[in-house]
Design a protein around this ligand. Structure first.
Ligand SMILES: [Fe+2]
Ligand SMILES: [Fe+2]
Length: 270
């Protein structure tokens, strides 16, 4: 299976870049399934139904999120009826939405997507490792799903890497999101799980993690809240990862994807 994972899409500039670049990426990579993190897709904070529909219309099959999933309150009325939008699975019981989904690809394969959130330097949610364990025992790869992709939304690279090893051999890929900065450690772990600490964001990198740089810098200098943050509007780098799996669901390759904007470009060679 060929899977494209797209990192946090930041506001209108991020969405526009995804809409522009995705047709070319689809031509080149021929993905069977496309996952994107949409927690910042609406003005930099949260996601709405209209924004999600826009992302589905350009070819994204499943939207994962993170700590910003409910920043736009209107999503609370939508998320229980929209199977293609996930929030981190390890929120307390009773919170709207769900943390995993089983989908069918264009070629009829089953892919399980699981969204988890870390607890280091973040809100103290339920244990993401226990959540992963529960999900994998309910839907083991090869039985319940032909491929399994985990979006590990976390601040600490240590916690993400630990999740990679925890899932190694049991899922196709563990890919990190949330920091909006792509890391250079794409690898297939010894057990056959593709791993990348952070996919990076889809944003203008002349910014502070995708936000117009003035206000964030002021906030660090003055330790006071000034104006609200807005997405930086310069040329966007679409960041993500391409994963290919074998008939057991294990990864045979993972390649970084970076197209457009200021960052060094990266595309898989075939
Ligand atoms: Fe984010
Ligand atoms: Fe986040």
């Amino acid at each position: 299976m060929r899977i494209l994972f797209i990192g946090d899409i930041i506001g209108h500039p991020g969405r526009e870049a995804v809409a522009t670049e995705l047709p070319r990426l689809k031509d080149r990579l021929k993905p069977d399934f496309i996952i994107a993190n949409g927690e910042n897709a609406a003005g930099g904070f949260g996601i709405t139904k209209a924004v999600a529909d826009e992302l589905f219309a350009v070819g994204i099959d499943c939207i994962t999120t993170g700590n910003h999933w409910a920043d736009q309150k209107e999503i609370l009325a939508v998320i229980d009826h929209e199977d293609r939008i996930l929030r981190p699975r390890n929120y307390p019981k009773g919170v709207p939405g769900k943390g995993s989904g089983l989908y069918e690809t264009r070629r009829g394969q089953r892919v399980l997507v699981m969204n988890l959130m870390g607890r280091v330097f973040m809100d103290a949610l339920d244990d993401p490792f226990a959540a992963a364990e529960a999900e994998l025992s309910a839907c083991p790869m090869g039985e319940g799903a032909d491929a399994i992709v985990v979006d590990m939304h976390a601040e600490a690279s240590s916690e993400k890497m630990a999740m990679g090893h925890f899932c190694d051999g049991r899922v196709s890929a563990v890919i990190g999101s949330h920091t909006h900065i792509p890391t250079a450690d794409a690898q297939v772990l010894p057990g056959g799980t593709a791993y990348l600490t952070d996919a990076g964001g889809c944003c203008d990198y002349d910014s502070v993690i995708g936000m117009d740089k003035y206000e964030p810098v002021q906030r660090f200098i003055k330790k006071m809240h000034g104006a609200r943050f807005t997405p930086a509007s310069g040329p966007v780098t679409l960041c993500g990862a391409f994963v290919e799996t074998n008939d057991k669901g294990l990864a045979v390759r993972i390649d970084p994807v970076r197209v457009g904007g200021r960052l060094q470009q990266a595309l898989p060679e075939f």
